[in-house]
Design a protein. Structure first.
Length: 390
């Protein structure tokens, strides 16, 4: 099994932490994990040293102990092949049965890597290409969930040309009152997110968000905010919800610093698993079941698969709840939300791999070829104008 992580993403380092955690928790008697580290330049490397988190303190030195690799398909089977290097005297080839992408952010979690794995004939853990893309784009996700009858906040989507034409501030102020939240439309881990209470702060937040993405989303800020998260495991056939959590915020919105830096200084690099949180969240049993029901409903409506974390916003005064976003490959794979229900990380990983293989079996029932002899009579550049492509 190939475990892919890293990639050309601002969440590159978070992915490394999540992947090392997962590889450490895998049932070694059932799976042989082959680490595949994707650099920020999209080069793929493999080597035993990639399973040790402390090795990433000096990545150039780490890669000198690894081999550059690539996927190749031969006779319907997929192999991970390495180049001959100082670390490896000759080329090697390993048969890969399943891929486990543990990646976060654009260029990897958004369907790009999933599409590559599809072309490599590899079953893979997590949602398919379309569901991955929808889950990553916060505005598209919002539109779909609203169409499905799920509670979401109103939002406005803007592009770089609109910002350059000075159209953003006027449209935002005409549509909603301050404070507002500004976020890149397709990033996670709270990167590039800001809260604005004035026109000047809005401009600064928009400037920041556009440094990370070409499209941004602006939403009204929830008063008396509480954030409640819930994980879901399964596929479109069946899914179940985890325990609920409430992350502890140091500011008015949960930041990247809250999630990974502050906690990580004391945790030794445990990623989202080290975030300060209340598990279970201190909410009523009715609110808990409502959130868990919404989480499963949204998961299945968006045709997600594997493990997802659904993040909710709650107004502590009114008790009103909205779906904020879905994380199709959550940090640390949200294993900490399953442990309170008696599901170990090892058992969770086993179920995710089983779901990937199940989808591959179902795909085998679909016909992808259509027998025709159209090429036998095809002609290009016919003088009569007939026989060309149409």
């Amino acid at each position: 099994m190939a475990v892919l992580f890293g990639g050309k993403s601002v969440e590159h380092e978070v992915s490394v932490i999540s992947a090392v955690q997962a590889m450490d928790a895998l049932d070694q008697t059932k799976y042989e994990a082959v680490p595949v580290y994707v650099t920020k330049g999209n080069e793929m490397w493999s080597g035993a040293g990639l399973t040790r988190i402390e090795a990433y303190k000096d990545i150039p030195a780490l890669l000198k102990t690894c081999s550059r690799v690539g996927f190749h398909v031969r006779e319907g089977r997929t192999y991970l092949e390495s180049e001959a290097t100082r670390a490896l005297a000759k080329k090697s080839s390993v048969l890969i049965d399943v891929a486990f992408p543990i990646v976060h952010g654009t260029n990897v979690e958004d369907g790009s890597l999933q599409g590559f794995l599809e072309t490599m004939n590899l079953p893979y853990v997590g949602p398919n290409v379309l569901a991955s893309a929808v889950g990553m784009d916060k505005f598209t996700m919002k539109v779909m969930l609203e169409h499905g009858g799920f509670p979401v906040l109103p939002g406005l989507r803007f592009s770089v040309p609109q910002w350059q034409a000075d159209a953003v501030v006027g449209e935002v102020e005409a549509a909603m009152a301050y404070p507002v939240i500004v976020k890149p439309v397709n990033l996670g881990s709270s990167v590039g997110i800001g809260k604005a209470d004035t026109t000047e702060e809005l401009r600064a937040c928009v400037d920041l968000a556009f440094t990370f993405a070409r499209y941004i989303l602006v939403e009204p800020a929830v008063q008396n905010l509480r954030e409640i998260n819930c994980s879901v495991v399964g596929d479109s056939d069946a899914a179940e919800a985890s325990e609920c959590e409430e992350p502890v915020m140091s500011e008015s919105i949960l930041s990247y610093e809250d999630k990974y830096v502050s906690a990580g200084k004391k945790s030794g690099g445990k990623g989202m698993a080290s975030l300060k949180r209340r598990i279970p969240a201190e909410i009523s049993s009715e609110q808990r079941e409502h959130i868990r029901t919404l989480a499963v409903g949204a998961f299945r409506y968006l045709d997600l698969a594997g493990v997802t974390r659904v993040d909710f916003l709650m107004d502590a005064g009114s008790g009103q709840i909205w779906i904020n976003e879905v994380n199709t490959i959550p940090g640390s794979l949200a294993f900490y939300l399953w442990q309170p229900l008696g599901v170990s990380y090892t058992v969770l990983l086993d179920r995710l791999i089983s779901l990937a293989l199940k989808r591959q079996r179902q795909a085998g029932d679909i016909t992808y070829t259509f027998d025709t002899n159209i090429l036998a009579g095809a002609r290009l550049g016919s003088k009569s104008g007939k026989g060309g492509a149409s």
